[in-house]
Design a protein. Structure first.
Length: 144
C-alpha cells in the first residue's frame, strides 16, 4: 500500500471518528493484514444508527503486551450517558508505545489492564503490531 493509500485511509478513519452524532450512519468494514506473520482479520470502525442512539462508536486498537488487535466501543460524546454499554472504553491520557517508540492516546476497558492504542499510528509507520515488522496494510472492504 502506498503512502497515498495510507493517507486516504487515515482520512476516512478520521472522518468517521470526528463525525457529529446527527449525521447518517457510517460504519466501515476494514480488513487488517500483516504479510510477514500471516495475520489477517476484519474489524469495524464507526457507528451505525443503533450505536449513535447509545452514544458509542467502534474503533480498532492494539494491545502491545498481548500482540492483539481488537475492536472496542468508546463514547461519541464522553460527557453524555451511554445506556446499555457497561464495558465502554475510555481515553486515559497518553501512553508510550514500545513498538513505535511514540506517545499515543491510551484507552482502557474496565477489567482489562493492557493499554490500548489506536491502530492508525501503526499504519502510518507501516509496522505490524503483531510481530513488529514492515508491511502492515488495511483495506476497506465494505460500508454500511
Amino acid at each position: 500500500m502506498t503512502s497515498r493509500h495510507h493517507f486516504l485511509l487515515l482520512m476516512l478513519v478520521w472522518l468517521i471518528l470526528s463525525a457529529p452524532v446527527d449525521v447518517r450512519s457510517e460504519v466501515a468494514v476494514i480488513d487488517v493484514s500483516c504479510a510477514s506473520c500471516g495475520y489477517r482479520e476484519r474489524f469495524i470502525q464507526g457507528a451505525d444508527g443503533v450505536d449513535q442512539a447509545h452514544n458509542v462508536q467502534s474503533i480498532i486498537v492494539v494491545c502491545e503486551r498481548t500482540r492483539q488487535i481488537r475492536n472496542i466501543k468508546i463514547p461519541i460524546d464522553p460527557g453524555a450517558p451511554s445506556p446499555g454499554e457497561p464495558l465502554l472504553a475510555r481515553r486515559y491520557g497518553n501512553g508510550r508505545s514500545e513498538i513505535l517508540g511514540l506517545e499515543l492516546p491510551r484507552f482502557l476497558v474496565p477489567g482489562n489492564t493492557c493499554p490500548l492504542f489506536p491502530i492508525t499510528a501503526y499504519l502510518e509507520a507501516n509496522i505490524c503490531p503483531i510481530d513488529g515488522s514492515q508491511g502492515f496494510t488495511i483495506t476497506v472492504v465494505g460500508q454500511y
